[in-house]
Write a protein that binds this ligand. Structure first.
Ligand SMILES: C[S@@+](CC[C@H](N)C(=O)[O-])C[C@H]1O[C@@H](n2cnc3c(N)ncnc32)[C@H](O)[C@@H]1O
Length: 470
């Protein structure tokens, strides 16, 4: 087993897990190597997103499960000695893609969430944006907004109809200001400038709402915070836009104004064969959703409704079905969802059965629902790796950042199971690096759905699974 404790002293925010069920090693004599004895996981930077918050372009949109630009730039310099094609099949808000174009590579991204895909698209075209036009639009907005705020202006825009929340998303005063912005967007700007305004709104919209990320989107009151009765919305938007416009100038200084070879697909990576030829990718750097049921769709509901990507609950269904691993909510009521790929690893099968056997009396909240979720997740690991193998060139590398998790008290070492599936389809497992041996619990841990006793020797970690196409 990987001795994650040897690394944990480097981190101050160690989540101490107080329990895990007694369980023999799930891996027996597995040959997967680890970097447990190497202080920083074999030289990889900590993959967590926090450092991106200060960095031009990356700082445009916070994304809870993003990874750091340093991790990506390390990986690029290690694995690509000359310009190549980099793929991120789960692009999020584009950390891999942006770093890769800065380093002179061609990029391809897939991202199922339309809001995140829009962020990627705008970041990748930033160097071609006319900032004079953008700055003029910011000034126009300031005039419009000030005039409206001081003259009892009556907005004609309305909040998105299908967007219902348990408590009012915005207080009346905040909503009034948001609607002034919507009126300005409807009448005064178009094209890329309009999209940049929408992104500035979307990336700030939760900060003046009565909701916050805890880390899932919840009412502020449930996180012990006060509701927001009023807020300088216009000022927040213009500050964000000015930052974006500065970053655009920075980006142009880095890469010039020529077209860059970048493609972003707002669709599931499982459709890879419809969009890509085989063997076109030199390096894949990615982080799929973890086995923690972090609900990307629910957590971006405000963005998706307010930007007009969704109009009703039914619009979320395809996103839920196609999301990597689906969600516990999507599969918990099924009788018995099983692994549906050839020759699943015996230890994985056994882990899932252990999960399934927990708390049958709890119905859909018991082990069967969670085992269904884990089965859906590993079925998608198989689909993902088949697509990865298809897109990689011979000797091409895939670096997959992934976290383990505990379901119903059963430790699920996702990195190792993913590696086993990769081996089973003929990819070479080069290594499993552990740059971050402990990580903070996530929505699944904090929402109390994790039950059972964990041993103090168990911890959450993030691993980089390094694969190579033979
Ligand atoms: C862990 S995040 C990636 C974050 C990214 N590394 C970054 O720094 O922004 C995983 C992403 O995968 C996306 N996703 C989930 N299922 C997908 C699918 N089937 N195809 C493409 N993207 C998917 C989610 O919307 C989410 O943005």
């Amino acid at each position: 087993m990987i001795d994650t404790h040897r690394l944990s002293s480097q981190f101050t925010c160690v989540k101490k897990l107080d329990s895990v069920i007694d369980q023999p090693s799930l891996f027996g004599d597995t040959v997967v190597k680890s970097d447990a004895a190497v202080p920083n996981g074999g030289g990889f930077s900590d993959p967590s997103f926090a450092v991106n918050k200060e960095i031009p372009i990356h700082r445009w949109v916070p994304w809870i499960a993003g990874f750091s630009r340093n991790f990506v730039s390390d990986a690029l310099s290690r694995y690509l000695s000359k310009p190549g094609t980099v793929l991120d099949p789960f692009a999020g808000v584009g950390t891999t893609l942006v770093e890769s174009i800065l380093a002179g590579h061609d990029v391809i991204g897939f991202e199922i969430n339309p809001y995140a895909a829009m962020a990627c698209r705008l970041k990748l075209m930033a160097h071609r944006v006319n900032t004079e036009k953008l700055r003029a639009a910011i000034r126009d907005f300031e005039v419009f907004y000030d005039h409206a705020s001081q003259n009892e202006y009556r907005p004609f825009s309305t909040p998105p109809q299908g967007f219902s929340t348990r408590s009012a998303f915005y207080s009346p005063k905040v909503l009034y200001k948001v609607l002034i912005l919507q009126d300005f967007l409807a009448k005064n700007v178009a094209g890329t400038v309009r999209d940049l305004f929408s992104l500035a709104f979307a990336s700030t919209m939760v900060s003046y709402s009565n909701y916050s990320y805890e880390p899932s989107l919840s009412r502020r009151v449930t996180g012990g915070k006060r509701d927001i009765f009023d807020f300088p919305v216009g000022e927040a938007i213009t500050a964000k836009l000015r930052q974006m416009s500065k970053d655009i100038d920075w980006m142009r200084d880095q890469v010039g104004t020529n077209a860059i070879n970048s493609r972003i697909y707002n669709t599931s990576f499982f459709n890879c064969r419809q969009h890509l030829d085989s063997g076109v990718v030199d390096l894949m750097i990615t982080s799929p959703p973890y086995l923690n049921n972090y609900h990307y769709n629910r957590n971006t509901r405000p963005h998706l409704y307010w930007l007009g990507f969704t109009n009703a609950p039914k619009d979320f269904r395809p996103l839920e079905q196609d999301n990597f691993g689906k969600y516990w909510q999507t599969v918990r009521e099924l009788d018995r969802l099983v692994l549906d790929f050839p020759n699943p690893d015996a230890e994985l099968v056994r882990s899932l059965e252990l999960v399934r056997a927990q708390k049958p009396e709890k119905g859909i909240y018991g082990g069967n629902g969670w085992a269904n979720y884990a089965a859906a997740y590993f079925n998608d690991c198989y689909r993902f790796l088949k697509c990865a193998k298809w897109t990689l060139r011979r000797r091409g590398t895939a670096l997959i950042v992934i976290g383990n998790n505990i379901l119903q008290g059963v430790m699920i070492p996702t990195d190792r199971y993913l590696a086993k599936i990769a081996e089973s389809i003929g990819l070479e497992v080069v290594d499993i690096h552990i740059p971050r041996a402990t990580r903070i619990g996530n929505s699944i841990i904090q929402s109390g759905v994790r039950v059972g006793k964990a041993k103090s020797s168990d911890s959450l970690y993030e691993a980089v699974v390094e694969l190579r196409k033979r």
